[in-house]
Unconditional design. Sequence first.
Length: 229
Amino acid sequence: MEKAGMENTKIKAIGFDGNGVLYRRSRDFAAALAAYIRDSFSPGLDLGFAEECHKRHMFRSFDGSIGKARVMEDFLDELGISDPGARKAILEKELEFSRAIELFPGEKETLLELERRGFVLGMITNSYQSAAEKASWFRALGLECIARRVVSSIDAGVSKPDPGIYLAFAAEAGFPAREIAFVGHEDFELAGAAKAGMLPVSFNCGEEVARPLHLGRFSDLLDIFPYPG
């Protein structure tokens, strides 16, 4: 854990990125979905193309201008999947694979302890999944402290690194941005948090992305933020 900047004692809330920070998957869900489509409905499907196609359509929806249902329709149209039964099964599998998340070691205990200490917690995510959908994942894991405040770009109508999505979380948390830390793993989202006035904290990233406040382990948050400012 890097301790530079630990003199900051005014943090009252912490927002986390989603995939790669609050959770991970043993297999990329776009890859899992592509393999399922090939094995079940389209034997000649090029997996690399299907994965790229899914991600390309998914990214279109991050600013909320296109809904998830339309994204999936366009994705399946491009793959040439027209059978209604197959399309229904694929949509169900997409949710199944999306929900198959894992926590990082020590994460649940750390989050619950941060809540016990009085920090307001939540998630700021670029996603075509709604905030309600993602919140349900954390409720199922016994982490209501995260589920209460999820800001998803598809609902917010703006995506990271635009300051607007961070400020939407600040409104949910009830504190100004300067009293909120953001934990992320990608350079653009950490830079966006800083631009919005939040304190960036890096995790699960390379040295080229790491910020002065960096978590070697998720539980390092308890040392960086012993109590709300």
